[in-house]
Design a protein around this ligand. Structure first.
Ligand code: SF4
Length: 161
């Protein structure tokens, strides 16, 4: 069983109501058992929803800093959505552990799913999302899946303050 960011498999779970379908990944996983989940909707956040940014997090440690109480996630309306992000990430972790999952394909640059420990993504963005941080703590093998940037959308990039 492999954990996959739901939006990568065509689920419209993104903050803007869209998906991030990666057809190549979907074909690659066609014969695999997958657990397609979205930590943000699992945490009770709606679709669409206001994009959220980290405040007070260190680049590359964003999700870990949030989990440790050193940072917050604030949405575009000024609401502190930290609790929902943490709750959703923990829910996904629990489901993955219950299913015996050890590998994950996660969408890049997301405050939940982002995973770019080397800071090598040319589009920048969050390097360690909240879910990614939990999976790293549990020793999951994680692959970052880079979705193309959409010039007509406001990118979700982390902001340290
Ligand atoms: S939280 Fe993860 S699965 Fe959900 S829309 Fe964002 S990148 Fe996709």
């Amino acid at each position: 069983m492999i954990l996959v960011s739901a939006c990568l498999l065509g689920h419209c779970t993104r903050y803007d109501g869209r998906h991030s379908l990666d057809e190549q990944l979907a074909r690659r996983l066609d014969k695999e058992a997958v657990l397609a989940l979205c930590p943000e909707t699992a945490g009770g956040l709606g679709v669409p929803r206001a994009p959220a940014r980290f405040c007070g997090a260190r680049p590359g440690c964003e999700g870990a800093d949030l989990l440790a109480g050193r940072a917050r996630l604030i949405d575009a309306n000024g609401q502190d959505v930290s609790r929902a992000f943490i709750q959703g990430a923990r829910e996904v972790l629990e489901q993955a552990l219950a299913a015996g999952v050890r590998r994950a394909f996660l969408k890049d640059r997301s405050p939940s799913c982002g995973y770019d420990p080397a800071g090598a993504n040319p589009l920048g963005g969050v390097r360690l999302g909240v879910l990614a941080a939990l999976l790293v703590q549990r020793g999951f093998e994680i692959t970052e899946v880079r979705a193309p940037a959409r010039s007509d959308l406001t990118p979700l990039t982390d902001k340290v303050s």
